[in-house]
Design a protein around this ligand. Structure first.
Ligand code: PLP
Length: 362
């Protein structure tokens, strides 16, 4: 029952709105009189067609996506897009620029090396990925086909609060802050995101791409990575991740019902504010290494001054039904992911626990 549910601070797959899970449960074995589950439907039948079309149109409303942009529902995770983007936008000798603000941007850069000539024009590695560059410091390559950023680094907790002006196109991995706030889509050539943080289960990858960028894929591009094929077939070239798309659709509906992304952003800011404040006002007992102005609203990494207490912190939190607070294995410490679906009550409970833990261990 819902009473058994925990506050799940996982980075992804992550917590989903309980109302969405309940709705899915209520129509799990018989979707709206069809006599079958969405899992059992033909992806070419009229029922699933209505599901995917509604998901797309609700996402378009949420993000105010202009009509010259296509929305694709794909598979393979954001990781597959690390290859698909250079394959679709570049020839092998083309230069592209990567701003590397964390591990995900670095992975994207490394994958692109197989398909074009990417260049890291800024890296936060020496500062342990706690910063976003000043845009005037970026020395973009004159002929770069695109400038790639990771809008929110899930592991390090650094988030772009505004966006650089690219020489050519801006491409952004928005996996971990997708639909967490309004975005001016027209600033971007491509936005892509794995669904499993803010908008659904893993298995769905959303690509929002300006239509004129579709159709130039390298000859070696696998059919599954060619945007043209997916666009021409309305994401139904092959069997799509039907159930995942349905779940994303329920989440989009829920976000619209909340009043859209401006409202969602307000809630996210409030949650992040109280958590960062608790960290900053702990007299160093807790510490967040990220530069204040670029702290993520979604992923809040923090360390304990007494690192030897981390295990105890995690154990005690779990006893109080707050789970998945361990930091990524590459950085250690803690990380609280507080995506759209994390209720304010969950963050308030965590903050109260942190204060109490400090009082007992300071
Ligand atoms: N990019 C970011 C910012 C992420 O947080 C993740 C996390 O999983 C990925 C890319 C990789 O996504 P996927 O696991 O969907 O391939």
């Amino acid at each position: 029952s819902s009473n058994d549910r925990v506050f799940n601070f996982a980075a992804g797959p992550a917590t989903l709105p309980e109302s969405v899970l309940k709705k899915a449960e209520s129509e799990l074995i018989n979707w709206r009189g069809s006599g079958m589950s969405v899992m059992e439907m033909s992806h070419r039948g009229k029922d699933f067609t209505s599901i995917i079309q509604k998901a797309e149109s609700d996402l378009r409303s949420l993000l105010d996506i202009p009509s010259d942009y296509a929305v694709l529902f794909l598979q393979g995770g954001a990781t597959t897009q690390f290859a698909a983007i250079p394959l679709n936008l570049c020839k092998p000798d083309d230069t592209v620029d990567y701003v590397v603000t964390g591990s995900w941007g670095d992975k994207a850069f490394k994958e692109a090396q197989k398909y074009c000539k990417p260049k890291v024009i800024w890296s936060g590695k020496a500062d342990k990925y706690t910063k976003i560059p000043a845009f005037e410091d970026l020395e973009q390559s004159p002929n770069a086909k695109y400038l790639h950023i990771c809008a929110n680094e899930t592991i390090h907790g650094v988030e772009f609060k505004n966006y650089p002006n690219p020489k050519n196109l801006l491409v952004a991995d928005m996996s971990s802050n997708f639909c967490s706030k309004p975005v001016d889509i027209s600033k971007f050539g491509i936005i892509y995101a794995g669904a499993q943080k803010n908008v659904g289960p893993s298995g769905v990858t959303i690509v929002i791409i300006r239509k004129d960028l579709i159709g130039g894929a390298q000859d070696i591009t696998p059919v599954m990575l060619d945007y043209k094929i997916h666009h021409e077939n309305n994401s139904l070239y092959n069997t799509p991740p039907c159930y995942g798309i349905y779940m994303c659709g329920l989440v989009f509906e829920d976000l619209l019902q909340q009043g859209g992304l401006k409202e969602v952003e307000k809630k996210n800011k409030k949650k992040a504010d109280i958590l960062y404040e608790a960290i900053d006002q702990s007299n160093g007992f807790y510490r967040c290494p990220v530069e204040r102005s670029v702290r993520s609203l979604m992923n809040v990494p923090f360390t304990l001054e007494k690192a030897e207490l981390e295990g105890e912190f995690i154990k005690e939190a779990a006893k109080e039904k707050m789970v998945q607070l361990k930091g990524h294995r590459s950085v250690g410490g803690m990380r609280a992911s507080i995506y759209n679906a994390m209720p304010l009550a969950g963050v308030e409970k965590l903050v109260a626990f942190m204060k109490d833990f400090q009082a007992r261990h300071a």
